[in-house]
Design a protein. Sequence first.
Lengths: 125, 235
Amino acid sequence: MSKPETLPSSLREKRRYIAFKINSEEKVEFGDLINALWSSILNLFGEVNTGDIDFWLVKDAWEKKSQRGLVKCNHKHVSKVRLAMALIERIGDSKVSIQSLGVSGTMKSAKKKYFGEKNLTDFQS
Amino acid sequence: MDFYDLYLPAEDPEEVVRSAENTEFTGLAIAHKYVDKEGLDGYLEEMDRLDSKVEPDLIRCCVVDAESPEELKKTVGKIRQKVEVVAVDGGDFDINKAAVGDSRVDILLHPEYKRKDSGMDHKTTKMASENDVVVGFVFHNLHQTYGKVRSHVLNHIKKCLKLCEKYDAEFIVTSGAGNKYEMRGPRELSSLLSVLGVEASLAIDSVSSTPKKIVKRNRRKLGGKTKRGGVEELE
């Protein structure tokens, strides 16, 4: 099945990636985290505004060991996502606090800045 | 002001039309999903019978649910001369593309249906604008979803609307009611677009002047007043 073409850059919505870290009593599973984030955003802003936020939790960027991850959102609604994350105080049975580490325009730079990820070009010079 | 709902896939047409008599609708299109010629003839007879009994103007609408672009073209050719409105069930991108590329099609229904994107890109929207194919959003799709999925559907509709506004493609909202409880009034339908950021006058046009234009144009064509090549017989 074919897909629509990528829109020209002038018509594309700009996105931001928010890096976050979870401080909790027990380690949080990805499935529980995604449910908690979605319900927090939907409760706070409703279905219509949540559509505008264009929220997405990036599965590939989730690090279970260090409890860090990335969420994607529209560049105009970064503060809304930050607020929704800050309002989460419990995931499953454990108490949690979600700390946002920073915002970046690409996944690559977010991982580099906030997760300390390095690639071969960093070892040059 | 005249209001139209061009997609009502009702199982019991009379019940739906009677319930719509209390709303402001002037014209209603009971949609028939095309299967074969006999089915279409039966539908047309049923509409003729119902037309004399009820108040709103009944429009003959046929929906094509094709598996491939080739099948779509073939089916549209069979039904074009028999019904006033030809709609295509969207969702599959290949079908969406074929529908907006065919000027015999009047409406492409819910291009975002069961998709993870809006189902339209800048090229297909431009084609829709050039071929006078109207993009139809179905209100009933929002009844079937809630929470996370509904927020995604709203987001996809919004993206589609933005493209339509950019490339001057027309759009309408239909209730998609299968029974009388799913029927909604014209102002409720247009409120969906207002919430998604469409200007109030354009939102009202999507249930009034745009569908009216489609019906009027096709009635003239079927009545033999429009000749080939855009030549029209004036009174």
